[in-house]
Design a protein around this ligand. Structure first.
Ligand SMILES: Cc1cc2nc3c(=O)[nH]c(=O)nc-3n(C[C@H](O)[C@H](O)[C@H](O)COP(=O)(O)OP(=O)(O)OC[C@H]3O[C@@H](n4cnc5c(N)ncnc54)[C@H](O)[C@@H]3O)c2cc1C
Length: 369
């Protein structure tokens, strides 16, 4: 059995940022991640263009430095380049299949939506650089936490069903609250009120699916179009320009079909409908992408639970991040984005919740003695 001071469950942005902060403080920690890659909901598709590989976001795309100042500062300190979402030009509106889609004047969004050069994955990579790779362990799904005296036993399994057990003074849960309850068995049980609050917290964007089409040039811009579109026909309801600066051009859209509806269709069929829609909205060239990708987050067990099939979930208020009393008090702390008081569910929330969780560890370790 391996022992550590702090065990972090989840290697998305929140878990990696918590690891980065503990590393800076010279603390002992381990991070267990179930996927075989880092970043969690921050995921990208890679396309080679010229001599470079270009990454396109399949998860989050935007941040808003006007009010997400902590995240903006981290991005700046890490030396990452940013740029504004391309919005110049007309928006296309598709109301029905009868008649042509309408063109309307586009308006710049306010506050301005910013993107990171290299995609949001560049942020994950930069933060991971600040962690000891020996302490980050992937392919380990945590399925059981047992409170044992002043410590927690953490049971994990790899992709071949092989088990590992760790012992930690404290556990930071860097996985969404609803997923934590769904995937991890707590012995003794968590307080019923906390259990209920975590179960009722929707995982932001888990019910959604994103389609991305890559082209050699942003031909729509030459027609005075921004690449933005809204559609009441679908399958995509909202479309944006996803071009990489100095790289290939791209359009992406969020599908409006529900997760159960999508699960009954093949990926090829969905892609064909998306291509046909892009052709209706942006012309013949749009139906001929050089690459296309579809990421259905509702089908991803490392993000979504069956309760996330319903897209009605809104950014709610963050649930309590830890048990205030009982055997789990001072032992576990939620640090995934959904636990962020200000930006629950957002990228900025992952940074905020991880910061608060690591700050609380100092206080917690005193109280737990
Ligand atoms: C399609 C989409 C679009 C989005 N758009 C935006 C946007 O434009 N702007 C914005 O601010 N936010 C956006 N978001 C939200 C943003 O992605 C999240 O807020 C953020 O990435 C959450 O990071 P996290 O580390 O808290 O959680 P996650 O990224 O969910 O990380 C959790 C990690 O835990 C791992 N894990 C799960 N279960 C276990 C287990 N049992 N054991 C070990 N590891 C486990 C997972 O594999 C994952 O790596 C979007 C999300 C999606 C899906």
């Amino acid at each position: 059995m391996r022992t550590t001071e702090t065990l972090i469950v989840g290697g998305g942005l929140s878990g990696l940022y918590a690891a980065h902060l503990l590393q800076q403080q010279g603390k002992d920690y381990r991070l267990l991640e179930s996927r075989t890659g880092w970043g969690g909901r921050i995921a990208s598709a890679t396309v080679s263009g010229g001599i470079h590989n270009h990454r396109f976001d399949l998860g989050p795309t935007w941040f808003w430095p006007d009010f997400q100042t902590q995240l903006a500062q981290r991005i700046d300190e890490l030396g990452l380049e940013v740029f504004a979402q391309h919005e110049a030009g007309d928006t296309v509106i598709e109301r029905s299949l009868d008649g042509l889609p309408a063109r309307v004047r586009g308006y710049p969004s306010s506050p301005v939506s910013m993107r990171v050069v290299g995609g949001m994955t560049a942020l994950v990579d930069a933060i991971r650089q600040g962690c000891d790779p020996q302490r980050l362990i992937m392919g380990q799904t945590v399925h059981r936490l047992v409170q044992e005296g002043t410590q927690v036993e953490v049971h994990a399994q790899d992709g071949h069903g092989e088990s590992s057990v760790y012992r930690a003074d404290r556990v930071l849960l860097a996985i969404p609250p609803r997923l934590a309850i769904h995937r991890i068995h707590f012995t003794p049980e968590l307080p019923p009120g906390l259990l209920q609050a975590w179960r009722n917290t929707p995982t932001w964007m888990a019910p959604h699916s994103k389609y991305l089409a890559v082209y050699d040039t942003p031909f729509w811009r030459e027609q005075g179009l921004s690449g933005q579109a809204r559609s009441a026909v679908g399958p995509m309801v909202e479309i944006h320009d996803a071009s990489a600066p100095g790289g290939p051009a791209a359009l992406f859209g969020f599908l409006g079909l529900s997760a159960p509806h999508r699960s009954r269709m093949s990926e090829e069929t969905l892609k064909a409908h998306c291509r046909a829609q892009l052709e209706r909205l942006f012309g013949h060239q749009a139906g001929q992408p050089s690459h296309e990708f579809l990421k259905d987050w509702a089908q991803d067990p490392d993000t979504a639970t069956p309760a996330d099939a319903n897209a009605a979930g809104h950014h709610g208020t963050a649930p309590p991040s830890h048990p205030a009393e009982g055997p789990w008090a001072h032992r576990i702390w939620g640090v995934a984005s959904e636990w962020s008081p200000q930006f629950s569910g957002y990228v900025a929330g992952a940074i905020e919740a991880a910061t608060l969780g690591v700050q609380a560890l100092g206080v917690t370790s005193e109280a737990a003695r």
